[in-house]
Structures are given as C-alpha cells and as structure tokens.
Design a protein around this ligand. Structure first.
Ligand code: GLU
Length: 517
C-alpha cells in the first residue's frame, strides 16, 4: 500500500480506495502543540485526498484519562479548525470511538481470543515476582530483558481449564521468528529483528488491553489506510506490523513525523515556555497562524511562500514533502506569522477575535471610537493580547503636568520637546480648524474610514499651513502627538484624532498650550 500510494500521488493518479486516517489522542492532559501538529497533518492529508479524518480517543489508561481532558482536546481541535468526520461526539459507521467503550463492548477480548484459537497468542500465568526475577537475571547477563516463553509450553486445553477455574492470566502475543520491515513514507525503510521483541502482553489479567494491540484492532476495524503520528511511535510500528500480520491484514501506510524540539534541542516542554494550544490561544495567537506555523515545522509547499491559509495547505499538502529532520520550535517565527494573519482579518473578524483581549482599554469610549482604535492597531500587533496596551496609548493621556515632574527621562524629553519653537503656533493652527473632525458622539463603527479620511485631510491642511508659516512638518506631528497623548510614540496621528473625536482633541490641545512655545 505504501508503494502504490507513493507512486500514485506525485503523478496525481488514483489512490487505492478512499483514504482514512485517524488522530488518536490519549486524554491525559491538554492538547500539546506537538499533538496538534499530528492532528493537522492527518487533517491536511485527508482533506487533500478527499478522505476521512477520524478522531479516536485512546482512554484505556483509566487512572490518567478523564472526560474533562477529552473535552478540552476536542474544544482545542475545533478551535484550530481541524474538524473531524467521525468521532466520539458525532459518531460514525466505525464506532464506538473511545477505547474504553470498545473495551467494554468486548472488542479487544474477542480479538485476543481469536489469536488464542489460532495459536498466535497464549495465556501466561507467570507471577509478577517471577517476571521481575527474570528481568534482573537477564540484565545481569547483559542481555535485553525479554519474556522466556515459559507459559507458551502449556497445552492450550490445560491453560483454558486453569483460566476457567479462575486463575489470573494475561494473554501474550506469540512473536513469530521473522524479519520485520516498516516502510515509512517519511523515514523510508526500517528493519527490526523479532529477536529483540519479547512476547508482549496484549490483554492484562484484569482485562485491560495493551496499547499496541488496541491500536491495531482499532485501525483494522476503522479501516485506517494511513497512520500519521510522531516518530516516538516508530518502534511501536514494529510490534504493530506483527499484529496486523497475525490478523491476516495488510498494515496501513506509515508516516512518522519528527517531534517538536525546544531551541536547546530537548523535546519541547514546559521549561521552554507555552506548550499547549490553550496557552497559545490565551496569549493571543490566532488558530490560522498556529496551524500555518505547525505545518511549516516540517513541511513546505515549495518556493518562498510561508504565509498560508488552511485551504492553501489542504490544496498542497503531501506527506512526501514532510522532512524527517527534527523540528525546532521558533517563537519568533510564530510571532511573525501571527502578525501577518492578524493583518489579514477583515474588520468584523478582527473585532470578534479581539473581544476576549480588550480588557479595560475600551472603558469610557464609544463603540465607534473603539472601531477606530481597533483599525489603528491591527497592523502593529504581534499577538491579540498586545491590543489592550496599544489602544490605551490612543485614549489614555499621560498628563503633561505629571510628565514634567516625572522621573522618567522619556517623558521629560517629551515635555521638553513641546517647548520647542513653533509648537505654540502649531496648537493655535490646529485649534482654529477642528470643525471638520467628527465628534466622538457622532462616530459609529460604520464610519471608521470616513472619520479617518477626514482626519487625514485635516492633517494635510495643517501641513500646508505649517509650510506657509515655515514650521517644519516634524514639529507639527511631534507637537500634536505629545499634546494628545503625552507620549512620543503611538498609532498614526489621523487615527488618534479620529478616535479621540473633536471635543477631546480640543480639550487636550488647549491643555498643552502652557507648555508650548
Ligand atoms: N494514543 C497515542 C498517543 O497519544 C497515539 C497512538 C497512535 O497514533 O498510534 O501518543
């Protein structure tokens, strides 16, 4: 299957049968960006080929799994826009989609019994103490710990009778003596020797299923054609290939992508900063930027393009272009992409995305004023969380009187600048022609462009007047900016004028007069 897929897609030819992939998170925590990337690659691959992307919850570790974690993973995936076609919440033709429910339905026991009946698995009655002793002895000899097949010698009838009599037993997979080959779309071929793989437990004595067994039983039942996951599972694939073969089933095509590393080369973890999708959401990153960034960690559509919308990625995604090199998490690049994606939002989308981050920046101002402020800051944001501060720069005046006394050298120089020759004339000139500027009370969210255009026209007029009076344009801009905000920097002047509105502008220019020369 790997080969036919590999030769079929680059030529654009047919794929053998409909593609079905799965993202299989264990709900033991929140969604890590590494897992989100796995989900993304599955999603892009399925959508690119018109296949199905299935969500399977691997919650067999009862002690560590919870419905709360499952819910938060589903919420984060949906927020990223990676909506699944079948899953525990929406059902589908291959359910149930939680391993705990599959376990309760006896699916794994039934599958294990089939292997028992075919002589491909056997009951093991060894005690924990015996297994531990065996391990210690093997390690002491310098060998790999491996089960010694002691119970494989028990005749099946006898073993069945002991189990029927209530003796606790696990079921072990009988590892055949064969070379194991895992052909992976990203890694190429890896050979494993069954020599080093001991007969592993597939069903525990309490009925609990082992990971390597459950995954294969489910991948067969769910008709999975391609397994795309992190390369930490590559060695598991060796065991899984054997289980597929035991069921007489062709293994799926494998694609094990690299893991995300921190800048120091260690696996990305808390000590590097934020790692979960929820944290990035709360920090003001857009889902479109996160998936763009995660996709590019090991994949590129070729050429120089880096900023990509989900639809573009769907159109171009190919596993053959996924690199096997380790992916280093680079927050600067994520920041850069986030800024680009923020600039791409239309006003309504931007307004809605910004809402959770606005905090107190909008207090005391009208929706119309806020709309101007939002437009003013959109092009300068790295994250949505930065907006609050930038918007405050427009509306909150650092009083000049305070600035004069303030210790901050920044503000001192700003007030000193107001005392430069020409500033008094600038203030007079501006105050004389403010009528064109809409008042804050008249401003509506639909008037942003109109109000900013009027402010621009006004600034142009003032510039002309300054030229006639021989006042350099820099004096005009600096004087007004400092008079309006008490700061030397901030959004463009026309946005500040439009956002503050005629009356506040007049008030602040009047208040600056005593400092001007
Ligand atoms: N449940 C496994 C994990 O969260 C995924 C196993 C798989 O994709 O085969 O790592």
């Amino acid at each position: 299957m790997t080969e036919s897929y590999a030769t079929a897609t680059p030529a654009g030819g047919p794929i053998p049968g409909p593609v079905r992939v799965r993202f299989a998170p264990s709900p033991t925590g929140t969604l890590h960006v590494g897992s989100a990337r796995t989900a993304l690659y599955n999603y892009l691959f399925a959508r690119h080929l018109g296949g199905s992307y299935i969500l399977r919850v691997e919650d067999t570790d009862v002690a560590r799994s919870s419905r709360e974690h499952e819910q938060s993973i589903l919420t984060d995936l949906a927020w990223l826009g990676l909506q699944w076609d079948e899953g525990p919440d929406i059902g589908g033709d291959h359910g149930p989609y939680r391993q705990s429910e599959r376990s309760e339905a006896g699916i794994y026991r039934h599958a294990a019994e089939r292997l028992l009946n075919e002589g491909k698995a056997y009951y093991c009655f060894c005690s924990q103490e015996r297994l531990e002793q065996l391990k210690t002895e093997t390690l002491a000899r310098g060998d790999m710990p491996k089960y010694d097949r002691c119970c494989a010698a028990i005749p099946p009838d006898e073993a069945a009778a002991r189990v029927a009599a209530g003796e606790p037993a696990t079921i072990r997979f009988l590892v055949p003596d064969a070379a194991i080959e895992v052909t992976d779309i990203i890694h190429g071929r890896t050979d494993f020797s069954s020599e080093v793989i001991g007969d592993f437990i597939i069903l525990r004595s309490d009925g609990g299923v082992s990971y390597n067994f459950a995954v294969v039983v489910d991948d067969i039942a769910m008709e999975i054609t391609h397994v795309i996951r992190g390369e930490d599972h590559l060695t598991n694939a060796a065991r899984q290939v054997l289980v597929f073969q035991a069921f007489g089933h062709e293994p799926p095509a494998w694609a094990h992508h690299s893991l995300i590393m921190g800048p120091d080369g260690g696996k990305l973890s808390k000590r590097h900063g934020a790692t979960s999708v929820g944290e990035f959401r709360r920090m003001g990153y857009l889902p479109s930027a996160i998936i763009n960034y995660l996709a590019l960690l090991s994949w590129s559509p070729g050429g120089e393009r880096e900023k990509l919308a989900k639809e573009e990625m769907v159109a171009e995604f190919e596993l053959q272009r996924v690199s096997k090199s380790p992916a280093i998490f680079d927050i600067q690049k994520l920041n850069w992409l986030n800024g680009l994606h923020i600039r791409d939002l239309d006003r309504e989308e931007f307004h809605l995305s910004l809402a959770p981050f606005i905090g107190d920046a909008g207090s005391g101002v009208t929706p119309g004023q806020m709309a101007v402020a939002e437009t003013a800051v959109q092009t300068s944001l790295v994250t949505l969380a930065d907006a609050n501060g930038h918007i405050q720069e427009i509306f909150t005046l650092t009083p000049l009187a305070v600035s004069v006394d303030a210790a901050s050298p920044d503000q001192e120089s700003v007030v000193a600048e107001l005392g430069e020759e020409g500033s008094a004339a600038v203030l007079e000139m501006a105050l004389a022609r403010l009528e064109e500027l809409p008042a804050a009370a008249e401003l509506t969210a639909g008037m942003v462009d109109e109000a900013v255009d009027k402010a621009r026209a006004l600034v142009k007029e003032w510039k002309k007047a300054c030229k006639e009076a021989d006042i350099p344009p820099k004096r005009l801009f600096r004087t007004l900016r400092i008079a309006l905000t008490g700061r030397g920097s901030g959004p463009e002047l026309p946005f500040m004028l439009a956002g503050l509105g005629r009356d506040t502008v007049r008030e602040r220019l009047e208040a600056a007069k005593p400092y001007a020369k």
